[in-house]
Design a protein around this ligand. Sequence first.
Ligand SMILES: O=P(O)(O)OC[C@@H](O)[C@@H](O)c1c[nH]c2ccccc12
Length: 263
Amino acid sequence: MILDEIIERTKADLEIRQKDIPLDLLGRTLASNPFAPRDVKPFLTATKEEPIRIIAEVKKASPSKGIIKEDFNPMEIAQAYSNSGANAISVLTEPHYFQGNLEYLTAIRRYVPTPLLRKDFIVDKYQIVEALVYGADFILLIAKALGTKEMKELYEYALHLGLEVLVEIHDKEDLTKAIKCGASIIGINHRNLDTFEMDMELCDKLIPMIPNGKIIVAESGVSNVDTIKRLSGIGADAFLIGEHFMRQASIEDEVTKFKNSLN
Ligand SMILES: O=P(O)(O)OC[C@@H](O)[C@@H](O)c1c[nH]c2ccccc12
């Protein structure tokens, strides 16, 4: 199971980092943290004026696709996203399978004003403190990777530090977990993280089961205006898009086109 494998590797890495800088020491750096997290909810909520919200992803590679972008410059990509009105930017920080880096987060936070998601496999409070120290505004928690109690603890810890949480689900059981932990931002991942199979009808099944008042994010495999129109019509507020943008000659034009899907 690839998800289990990634999580095992993440935990092994984490142990090394924690030996280097223990949690209490890392926590102490927060006193001088220049990156106060911003409230991302208004950025991600669809409104009449701005019905399509885009979370644009900075991603060099993935386990399902291999290298996605050869000449990968995270700062240039983030700047293009920001210039074209992306509402938030997702930065992959997982190093082995996605070739991400925590440092990308800080570099982007320094120069780009758009709110930032730390996209990683978060299983420990330590990674949440890191997210804050390195400049994230919100984090991802993957329901499939966590038990209900574990997820609730991590969720509340993030909120306690001022970070918002995108809770990712792929089926009804995941949704139950998300609701139990009180998630206000729920991401429906069309991609099964174990088989990489895509189900572009997943929102049709899951959105009707989500209580009112949640921010709904449609994740993965979104590559055209028709999909955005359709999913927006059934209740998606925001769209998390990586690969399609990474493959564009002009990222700006494509983000702008997607933002204007309903015009
Ligand atoms: O590149 P895509 O198909 O547009 O997908 C983006 C994003 O949804 C995907 O990278 C993702 C969704 N959930 C994740 C969890 C971990 C790593 C990556 C992901």
